[in-house]
Design a protein around this ligand. Sequence first.
Ligand code: F0G
Length: 363
Amino acid sequence: MKLGECKDIRFPWRGIIEAYREFLPLTEKTPVVTLKEGNTPLIKSENIVKQMGIDLELYFKFDGANPTGSFKDRGMTLALSKALESGSKAVICASTGNTSASAAAYAARAGIKAIVLIPEGKIALGKLAQALVHGAHVIQIKGNFDEALNIVKMLVEKYPMTLVNSINPFRLEGQKTAAFEICDQLGFAPRYHALPVGNAGNITAYWRGFKEYREAEKISSLPIMLGFQAAGAAPLVIGKPVEKPETIATAIRIGNPASWKGAIEARDESGGRIESVTDEEIMHAYRLIASLEGIFCEPASASSLAGVIKLYRLNYFERGETVLCTLTGSGLKDPDIVFKVSKEPMKVKADIKTVEKILEGIL
Ligand code: F0G
């Protein structure tokens, strides 16, 4: 095949809107605001399963490989495209970090203003840097995500701005394309699909995506949905909002998820579970993914694997089944956390003898 002869409409990759246009609420007039998000790697676990004696076909969908480093880009391309179509001049969101980074980048691309409300001191530095460098107006509030979202919801009633949190229906429409991609990449739907849950938009979006793909006869079965919350921020597990959510995984430090109902529906319709994992379990999984598979995700993302390990130990899975973990964000967003779990690198003289001595200890 000669260059340029590829007939697959997905290549060269033009972003999720063009790849999955038939499944999305677009008109001919919708301007496409894209950074070519999507088409992220699906990576099979080789070393974790071996070293831990896990008898599963375990896969990672690395959505940290999106343009701004998280799955939010899938929703933001559509949300910003529709905002532009409706003549909006500004977008606003509350965020634990990734939504603000993505909104800032896509607003920059669209040439409109972005205003983001974030919980002071509780977002990873990389995410704050992204919002700033893309020119967003960043407002830090002395409160948590839930409080920021309440403020934002009230503000959009009063001012001409488009809300781009996941309660904006276009966000979830875009995010459901991750489910399509997984099925396209695997060739079938996984038996189990595990992902972190914060505001619960993503689990809602994935479940919708899988159902639509089955209706379209692209897959013949639906996965069992497994959502994992951090133990200190697990309202869906305890069945009521958490007033002061706490976890090292700041991305999912949320006490009152906006898509509560969607998450419960995904769990119940698929026959799945929503469980909690401790910060220790999250950090253990985070290190395993990085040190054994070479994938650098952020702590919140690792809660999917943490949950799978927990359920595996409880003999939850049938042996040999396909289990897919979505890794929602890039580890580069939060390098500070690495220094909490790794040893400081050693410092030595600039002298070959000294370095050789160390090398002998390593090899
Ligand atoms: N993983 C990461 C890396 C996230 O940033 C988020 C949410 C989630 C998982 C959970 O997804 O909210 O759809 O259940 N981050 C939002 C934000 C809240 O503001 O960036 P969810």
